[in-house]
Design a protein. Structure first.
Length: 273
């Protein structure tokens, strides 16, 4: 498997642009995949710099209904005329963040939801023998405190977001199993545990954000909470590549426990696994 980080909050060099968002391009099993699409169309600029052709992508995924993961969806649908795009059936529902200046919408563009290439998912969705999407994560261990600033609507009122719209991707290639998350709002510990239930063992590699930093408050989770996550991840047999909403401070704390089993991805980085 080969994974290109097309967008992340930081960049590996001045040759690449960055923004608060996430986008991965993946080559596996002879297929080209796009997982998340950043906040804007700037991930396409990095794709060109890396020699990646989004117009040739075979299938795309939006991990959840927040603008920093699906803001570039319109650009993708314009440049790629054939790939199906998989997202949860509740991804287009309104989602909100409580910022210092008040509550503001952070959802996807509802004008896109009628596009015929969008495929809506729920629960466990087996796409083929190598790809499975899942959103049914029941665990409540080590859930991010930053979720407290994120809302959905119910009967016209703001209520805590349950993140039912969040999905993760299990990707198999040969004898390896990879797990891709967007922000892991349901808690990376719980998502990894659910993936283990589905595949019967720990994923070999887990890739994505862990939501241990809140953009709304500009603060990381307390160190004791990060240490608790690290202790649980250490019990698995997985290697971790993280980025985006994990934050640099939380990554440093995780690394104290996980050592070389965890690494940080930035825009422009290329990972061969």
């Amino acid at each position: 498997m080969k994974l290109y980080t097309l967008m992340e909050d930081t960049a590996c060099s001045s040759a690449f642009v960055c923004e608060h968002g996430l986008s991965f391009y993946i080559e596996a099993n002879g297929r080209r995949l796009l997982f998340d699409m950043g906040q804007t169309d700037r991930y396409l600029q990095n794709a060109r710099t890396l020699g990646v052709r989004p117009e040739a992508v075979d299938a795309a995924f939006v991990s959840h209904g927040h603008y920093d993961h699906g803001g570039g969806l319109a650009a993708f649908l314009e440049i790629n005329r054939r790939a199906p795009v998989y997202l949860h059936r509740q991804a287009f529902e309104p989602h909100f963040s409580h910022k210092a200046d008040g509550v503001r919408a952070i959802g996807l563009d509802p004008a896109l939801q009628e596009d015929e290439r969008l495929i809506l998912t729920d629960g466990v969705t087996v796409l083929d023998e190598n790809m499975t999407l899942f959103s049914d994560v029941p665990g409540q261990e080590c859930c991010p405190g930053g979720n407290r600033t994120l809302y959905e609507q119910e009967d016209g009122q703001y209520v805590p977001d349950r993140f039912l719209h969040e999905q993760s991707l299990i990707l198999r290639e040969q004898d390896k199993v990879y797990l891709l998350t967007g922000c892991a709002h349901r808690g990376v510990v719980n998502i990894c545990a659910r993936a283990k239930e589905i595949i019967g063992r720990d994923p070999d590699v887990v890739i994505g954000g862990m939501h241990l930093f809140s953009p709304s408050t500009g603060k990381s989770e307390p160190d004791e909470a990060i240490h608790a996550v690290a202790a649980r991840l250490k019990q698995t047999g997985s290697r971790y590549y993280t980025c985006h909403c994990t934050g640099q401070h939380a990554f440093a704390v995780l690394r104290e426990t996980l050592g070389e089993r965890i690494a940080f991805l930035t825009a422009g980085s290329v990972l061969k696994l």
